[in-house]
Design a protein around this ligand. Structure first.
Ligand code: NAP
Length: 278
């Protein structure tokens, strides 16, 4: 197939590596000339350009720009594009993107390859990033069946594990396991840092070890990405924060009123409850 990839960063670049390795002809588009040049040198794409119109002859286009640029990119892209070209995206939030994009392009299929690293940009692109990772496809009633099948086949060829669900179900699930943990972890760091007693704070910083490193990792990530998650997935994220606050209140009450049995029951339940998530 002839495949277009817009946004040659971590996700776009990694897709380019693997799809090209599987024999497809890859046409890349990125914002910077220097990125296009690197993409060709590294073997990520066969052709690269800063011009969206270079994609007029491909069969399918992956929009891999930052999430806030997916819709504006689609708006610019579709002037002079043949109606049968499938356009998909890789954005980490689906409902607002799919809602807007399918109004503009009938042959749009939302997607989210759930793999990544803490790095960004073309230098972070790597081979086999999507192997054994989930690839969620989020069609609606409007999405052409044949286009869903083509995206599914491509995702399977990357050795991803393909899931199909509505954009809303995707966003709620991702809010629980990805966006809520970022906000909880950020709150943990902020709360610890608010300790007024300097001797305690300094000692805590020295004593912090693997447990704190694990629980604070996602809260110490890229602030721009955290804000985008909250902006784009506001309703689903607020729902999870509400559930989390209720749990925290319950635990606080157990400790305050010394209901140790109830606390133990809860912790026994969470010990078991964690397993299906990991
Ligand atoms: P990234 O590494 O920053 O890559 C995005 C690339 O897009 C940049 O390297 C930039 O390349 C290019 N770009 C920016 N503006 C552009 C424009 N107007 N036109 C064309 N290219 C443009 O980001 P990423 O982590 O790959 O994320 C990309 C998308 O994947 C996001 O929508 C995100 O939600 C989604 N996603 C991310 C992850 C993750 O873990 N990071 C996981 C799954 C999905 P140059 O400026 O160098 O040309």
């Amino acid at each position: 197939m002839k495949i277009g990839i817009i946004g040659l960063g971590l996700i776009g670049g990694s897709l380019g590596f693997d799809l090209r390795h599987r024999g497809h002809l890859i046409y890349g588009v990125s914002r910077k000339e220097s990125t296009c040049k690197k993409a060709v040198e590294k073997g990520i794409v066969d052709h690269a350009s800063i011009n969206l119109h270079s994609l007029s002859l491909v069969d399918i286009i992956f929009i891999c720009t930052p999430i806030n640029l997916i819709y504006p990119t689609l708006q610019k892209l579709i002037t002079n594009l043949k109606q049968d070209i499938i356009i998909t995206d890789v954005g980490s939030v689906k409902s607002p993107i799919v809602k807007q994009c399918e109004l503009l392009w009938d042959n749009f299929v939302g997607g989210h390859p759930m793999a990544g690293t803490a790095e960004q940009g073309i230098e972070a692109a790597q081979k086999n990033l999507f192997k054994n990772a989930p690839y969620v496809i989020t069609p609606t009633k409007k999405t052409p069946k044949n286009s869903i099948k083509i995206l599914e086949d491509l995702a399977q060829s990357l050795e991803s594990i393909v899931y199909t669900c509505s954009p809303e179900t995707h966003d709620q699930a991702v809010a629980w396991i990805s966006h809520l943990p970022v906000m909880i972890s950020a709150s943990l760091i902020a709360a610890c840092s608010s300790e007024k007693e300097q001797t305690v704070l300094k000692l805590a910083q020295k004593l912090a070890s693997s447990g704190f490193r694990d629980t604070s990792r996602v809260g110490g990530g890229n602030p721009e990405l955290g804000v985008m998650m909250a902006q784009y997935n506001k309703t689903a994220l607020l729902h999870t924060l509400d559930g989390y606050r209720q749990q925290l209140d319950e635990i606080t009450e157990y400790i305050n009123t010394e209901q140790w049995d109830s606390l133990e029951k809860l912790l026994m339940m969470t010990q078991e409850g964690r397993l299906p998530f990991i």
